[in-house]
Design a protein around this ligand. Structure first.
Ligand code: TRP
Length: 334
C-alpha cells in the first residue's frame, strides 16, 4: 500500500524488440489498471547489464521503451514510469537483501541455469543475484501486486520468501506481494509454432509481430501464419493456430470468441487472416504514430524522466531508511 492505495509494480527489460504478445498480454491491460492502483513501471536497465550490452544501444532502447509506455496510453503524471538506474535505492536495498538470501535458493533458479548455459563465457555474480535485485525492486514500493508471466513466477516466489524472512526477524517491514492474474490478458502464441509463446527472441522472423512492424509486414506475417488443413474458423485445442489468430483478432477489437466464430462462418482462412492483419494494423498503427510523435517531444519526455525518478526515489527511500534502521545502520545526522 502506498498513501492508502494498492500498489502495482512491473519491471521490463529494454532488450529485444517488443512483440504484439507483449502489447496484448501486458501493456494494453496496464492502461486499464492505472486508475485502480498506484503504479510503478520500471525500465530495469540494471538487470540488463547482467548480460553484455552495447552501451549506446542499451541507452537508446531504454528510452524507446519508456516512451512506448507513454505512447500506449499510460499517463506519466499518474503512473511512475522511470529508469531503475535513476533510483539508487534499488541497488542499495539489493545489497542488504543479498545478506538475507541463500546461495542454495539462488542456485535453484531456472532462469539462472538457462542464462548461464546460454552465456557460458560470462557467468557473472550479477547474473546469480539477479533475483535479489528484482526482489528489491518490488519490495521498495510496498507492492501489493506484480503482473508477471509464468517465467517470472519463481522469482516472485523468492521475493515473497525474502520478505517473509525479513519480516519474521524485524517485524512488519515489507508488504508480501502477490502475482497479479489479470482478466483475460490474452496469451499470444507464435504465428509459426502456435504451441509456443510469441517471443521477442524468435529466430524465425515470421513467428512474431513486432510493435514497430510496418503494415505490409504485419499483413504478410498474418497471411503466412500456420493454421491447419481444415477450413473452419473455430476455437479449440485441436486448432492451436486458428485459436491463436482468433485470440489476436478478438483482443485487438475487444470481441468475444463466439462473435468472431460467427463473423467468419463459412468464410475460410484467407478472408480471416486478412481481417486479422487489418485488426492488428488498426491497433499498432496509432501506437506507432504516437510513439513517433512523442519521440520528438524531447522536453516533455525529459520532464517525466526527472519527475518520476524523484517520485520513485521518494517512496523507495522511505522503505530503504526503515530497512537500514532495522538492520542496525547508524542514524543519519540532519
Ligand atoms: N525479471 C523480469 C523479466 O525479465 C524483469 C523484472 C525486473 C521485473 N524486476 C522486476 C518484473 C520486478 C516484475 C517485477 O521479465
Amino acid at each position: 500500500m502506498i498513501d492508502g492505495r494498492k500498489s502495482l509494480f512491473s519491471g521490463m527489460q529494454a532488450t529485444g524488440n517488443l512483440t504484439l504478445g507483449n502489447y496484448l498480454g501486458a501493456l494494453k491491460n496496464f492502461v486499464t489498471l492505472q486508475d485502480e492502483y498506484e503504479t510503478f513501471f520500471c525500465v530495469v536497465d540494471e538487470h540488463s547489464i547482467t548480460v553484455r550490452q552495447d552501451p549506446a544501444e542499451l541507452r537508446k532502447r531504454a528510452r524507446n521503451l519508456l516512451t512506448l509506455y507513454i505512447a500506449a496510453g499510460l499517463d506519466p503524471e499518474k503512473n511512475c514510469i522511470y529508469y531503475q538506474s535513476h533510483c539508487s535505492a534499488h541497488a542499495e536495498l539489493a545489497w542488504i537483501l543479498n545478506c538475507y538470501t541463500y546461495m542454495g535458493e539462488l542456485s535453484r533458479m531456472t532462469q539462472f541455469k538457462d542464462k548461464s548455459a546460454k552465456h557460458a563465457d560470462n557467468i557473472n555474480a550479477g547474473l546469480f543475484t539477479y533475483p535479489v535485485l528484482m526482489a528489491a525492486d518490488i519490495l521498495l514500493f510496498q507492492t501489493d501486486v506484480v503482473p508477471v508471466g509464468i517465467d517470472q513466477m519463481q522469482h516472485l516466489e523468492l521475493t515473497r520468501d525474502i520478505a517473509i524472512r525479513f519480516n519474521n526477524i524485524y517485524g512488519d517491514v515489507f508488504t508480501v506481494p502477490e502475482a497479479y492474474i489479470g482478466k483475460a490478458g490474452a496469451k499470444i502464441m507464435s504465428l509459426q509454432d502456435p504451441l509456443h509463446k510469441m517471443s521477442k527472441s524468435d529466430e524465425n522472423e515470421n513467428a512474431s509481430i513486432y510493435l514497430m512492424d510496418p503494415p505490409d509486414a504485419i499483413m504478410r506475417k498474418c497471411k503466412r501464419a500456420v493454421t491447419d488443413s481444415d477450413t473452419e474458423v473455430r476455437y479449440g485445442e485441436d486448432k492451436p493456430g486458428v485459436s491463436n489468430l482468433i485470440d489476436i483478432y478478438r483482443s485487438c477489437l475487444s470481441k468475444s470468441v463466439e462473435e468472431v466464430e460467427k463473423e467468419f462462418e463459412g468464410k475460410g482462412y484467407g478472408v480471416f487472416k486478412e481481417a486479422v492483419g487489418e485488426a492488428v494494423v488498426s491497433v499498432l498503427k496509432p501506437l506507432q504514430d504516437e510513439f513517433a510523435r512523442l519521440s520528438k517531444e524531447k522536453d516533455y519526455i525529459d520532464k517525466y524522466i526527472k519527475q518520476n525518478a524523484e517520485k520513485a526515489s521518494y517512496y523507495a527511500n522511505k522503505t530503504l531508511r526503515k530497512v537500514q534502521k532495522k538492520v542496525g545502520f547508524p542514524e543519519r545526522i540532519r
